[in-house]
Design a protein around this ligand. Sequence first.
Ligand SMILES: [Cu+2]
Length: 124
Amino acid sequence: MKKIIIAALVLAVAALAVLLTAGKTKAPEPIVKSGAIVTILYQNNAFNPAIVQMKAGDTVEFFNNHIAPIRIHSGPHPIHTSYPELASGSLEPGESYQFTADRAGIIGYHNHFHPSAAGEIIVK
Ligand SMILES: [Cu+2]
């Protein structure tokens, strides 16, 4: 009986040693710096956070958590010429819109249905 217990202990120690060694030789996880998504919530006629900073190629997601439809556009209201690619169309409550900025700059945006609700995307 003692031999069986000793054998089991030896096996357990060997298995633990293999696990610890495997953990130490594992390559570090890469830090993903592209393709990040920043989420902006719209609720009670305000964006939260209203101002976000990201890198060109990152994605911002606008999520409508409000009781009414929203429509995201760049400034200035109502012509939206500063960044015409930012145009969500009408977003019903519970819907979201993803936008990827492809160049550096400061993009002012607003809810076209409630233009005083506004913010900025700072693209580095
Ligand atoms: Cu507008």
